[in-house]
Design a protein around this ligand. Structure first.
Ligand code: SF4
Ligand code: SF4
Length: 177
């Protein structure tokens, strides 16, 4: 995944939004050794930070970071790596770069924003449409419905309005930053 924004702009943007966290990295690799996603993929937080510092294109799937903070807890400099990756995720979003993880997140958040809670059927339909795989996992839907595990119609939370307000405020903060 290649971000179109000028590499220096991106680097400076990350440094500004994370108050210089990126520059504290001395490339020791402790973060990658503890990262659960690194154990099962080519995702590597040390490499991501190094590439950002040097202005090299990223080929890691940054969307697979699960924001568990294990890296930050282990980093000798306490660098907030998930925050750096969050800035990258926002930039990917701005540039419309999407993979299946992004599409899943969007489908999930979309139903939570509308209903104040997850609406499984709505989420899966949106995800399947967005990924162009309409009948993906369809064989699980009917048995789950028959067992009452998922409903055909959404059940709105009584706090749906408050949830919507949280989404509105987050968007407002995003636009301000
Ligand atoms: S926050 Fe992201 S980068 Fe850090 S350990 Fe967790 S998955 Fe890995
Ligand atoms: S543990 Fe901290 S200092 Fe070491 S490579 Fe990772 S981010 Fe850099």
């Amino acid at each position: 995944m290649e971000i179109k924004e000028n590499k220096n702009n991106l680097r400076n943007n990350i440094i500004r939004k994370t108050k210089g966290e990126l520059l504290k990295c001395f490339n020791c690799g402790t973060c990658s050794a503890g990262c659960p996603v690194s154990q099962i993929s080519n995702f590597n937080p040390r490499k991501i930070l190094r590439k950002l510092i040097l202005g090299i294109n990223l080929d890691e799937d940054i969307m697979s970071c699960v924001t568990c903070f294990t890296c930050t807890a282990r980093c000798p400099n306490g660098i907030n790596i998930p925050k750096i990756i969050d800035v990258l995720k926002i930039q990917y979003n701005i540039e419309g770069i999407k993979n299946n993880n992004t599409k899943f997140n969007e489908a999930f958040l979309n139903t939570v924003e509308k209903n104040g809670r997850l609406y499984e059927v709505g989420m899966l339909l949106k995800y399947n449409m967005d990924t162009g795989n309409l009948f993906q996992d369809a064989e699980f839907g009917l048995p789950l419905m028959l067992k009452g595990k998922i409903g055909i119609l959404p059940h709105k939370s009584k706090n749906a309005k408050a949830a919507k307000e949280i989404f509105r405020k987050v968007k407002e903060i995003d636009e301000r930053e």
